[in-house]
Ligand binder design. Structure first.
Ligand SMILES: Cc1cc2nc3c(=O)[nH]c(=O)nc-3n(C[C@H](O)[C@H](O)[C@H](O)COP(=O)(O)O)c2cc1C
Length: 327
């Protein structure tokens, strides 16, 4: 298996991601996934009225279109987050747009919400056999500005509401120009108000998270947390990728545009999570950013996360990381 992983890594990042997920699908169809990557502990628990198989989930972006729900579920993840999905399909930024920094255990990506659109994702959600929790991460199309941007979230919200177990509002991708402005006080308040309106209209009772950037000033994240606390929304996902490069050892990558994830993000995202948890101990938080092993996973939980997600650890260390963390 280690040899296969080494071979897959020779391909360019996006191709090797596709090959790896395709192979997982094949192994799942052959019913040997659990034999190769056994999970020996059962850690089922109830949280936010949902039944989680364990506290480790996939982070958004890993399965943008929901093409691999059943195989990722069978690998042992306790929950999955698919997306980011936008109302209309879009191609994203020109390639190359994903860079693996193996020596830094990191990735820089500037994909720009490449996805097949919300309708395609909904078809996959309807087809899924995996009976675990599947959250959907929603975003706005690149060409949408101002009020249309808010409308994009509402379009996706309406379409995925029935078929998802929770919904994440992604305001923090650094690769859609202007998206992070939604952290600003008046914008976030407007967005939360619009979502609350929808919650009432649809009688929506499932959890809603806002996924934030680790690059905003602490006061901004604090006031977002405050708004959420006083609303019918649920909690925060801390955090998305960073545009900061201070924590990179190799200066070669410093000028690469995009969001940095993996090991160099661990400290930044976890200290933010810890601070918010200390200030808002009742607020549900999903911790993500830099989890490369069991120690990092435990660290996120000890810092106040109720659930933890991974992406870069999965790319750098392979599917083995799931059983390594859970067993
Ligand atoms: C290639 C790539 C694509 C991503 N796409 C998305 C996305 O579509 N939506 C999103 O909210 N986050 C996306 N992310 C961010 C991850 O969900 C996660 O927040 C971030 O990578 C930090 O976690 P990690 O260090 O475990 O990778 C992406 C990350 C990577 C590396």
């Amino acid at each position: 298996m280690k040899l296969i992983l080494k071979i897959i890594k020779i391909f360019p990042p996006e191709a090797s991601h596709k090959i790896a997920l395709f192979l997982l699908k094949v192994l799942h169809k052959l019913k040997i996934l659990n034999f190769l990557f056994p999970i020996d502990k059962k850690n089922n628990f109830e949280y936010l009225n949902l039944s989680f198989k364990n506290r480790l989930g996939t982070a958004a972006g890993l399965d943008k279109n929901g093409d691999y729900i059943d195989s990722l579920g069978a690998l042992g993840f306790g929950f999955l987050e698919v997306g980011t999905v936008t109302p209309l399909p879009q191609k994203g930024n020109p390639k190359p747009r994903v860079f693996r920094l193996f020596d830094e255990q990191a990735v820089i990506n500037r994909l720009g919400f490449n996805n097949k659109g919300v309708d395609y994702l909904v078809k996959n959600l309807k087809k899924r056999k995996y009976n675990g929790v599947v959250g959907v991460n929603i975003g706005a199309n690149k060409t949408s500005e101002a009020q249309q941007r808010t409308n994009d979230y509402l379009i996706c919200f309406d379409k995925v509401a029935e078929y998802s177990d929770y919904i994440t509002i992604n305001i923090s991708s650094p690769n859609t120009p202007g998206l992070r402005n939604l952290h600003e006080d008046k914008h976030i308040k407007n967005l939360i108000d619009s979502l609350e309106q929808r919650v009432i209209e649809l009688n929506f009772i499932k959890p809603i998270f806002i996924k934030i950037s680790p690059d905003e000033p602490y006061e901004v994240i604090k006031s977002t947390a405050e708004y959420i606390k006083n609303s019918s929304l649920t909690g925060l996902i801390i955090s998305n990728t960073t545009t900061n490069r201070e924590m990179l050892k190799n200066s070669k990558y410093k000028d690469f545009q995009g969001g940095l994830s993996g090991s160099p993000l661990m400290e930044r995202s976890t200290s933010l999570l810890k601070k918010i948890n200390e200030e808002f101990p009742e607020l549900p938080i999903i911790g993500v950013g830099g989890v490369m092993n069991k120690l990092d996973f435990d660290n996120k939980l000890a810092s106040g996360a109720s659930l933890v997600q991974i992406y870069t650890g999965f790319i750098i260390n392979g599917p083995q990381i799931v059983s390594d963390i859970l067993n």
